[in-house]
Design a protein. Sequence first.
Length: 241
Amino acid sequence: MTTTETSGPSEVLAEVEFWHSRPITPTRRLSLGGLNLPIDPTPGLGGILLGAIVAAHAGEVHEDLIPDVHRLISQIEQGERIVQPRLRHRFQADRHGLARSVHRMIGENDSIRFEFAEGGTPLQHVLGAVYVLERLDPSIRRKLAPMMLKAMKWRGPLNQTFVAYLAGSNASTIAAMADPRAWALELLGFPPGTVKPSKREIQVRFRESLRDVHPDHGGDSRTASANINDLSEARRVLLSS
């Protein structure tokens, strides 16, 4: 399942591999495979992919199990030890007899789309994302867990709006997600090597850049709104970091 049609050259930005019981088997088992999850700075592209997996499948998890998923994510956020099995599934390292599913975030030019495997059950994929979360550094876990709970509430298409919603940002390009500060510094025209501009410098650069993209000063009216949103987001990133 994909969120958009493929067009132009593409690149895998993040990827997770789950192994899970086949529908015909009586046991419920899960295992993790290869992980390509860039998460620095948090949430990073990898964190967004985990949230997208949850958002894509949580709506099809039986409603009686949703509180248990919420509880599990919160327990992992707090670093609690959780015994097996979890939500009727047992985690194991051995993949013998299990089916493979791969979920990916794909970059095309400067846009993002998702590819989700069609095998397995919705609960298995949600749990797979939660198992990944548990294996991350505690400090990262505490940042990503609330985002995954937030993802469970999403019921719209998994597009750029979703990425912005999940990241709590108005910018959803690949550059903005991979390194928000570097993106913001470049967008506002700071010279290479700039690390920590002052609040005054940020405001001056923002006003100058805003004037350049505004239609009243020769900016393209077709892209003005998006450009202004990006500049405002860049200013917010730098002022809050």
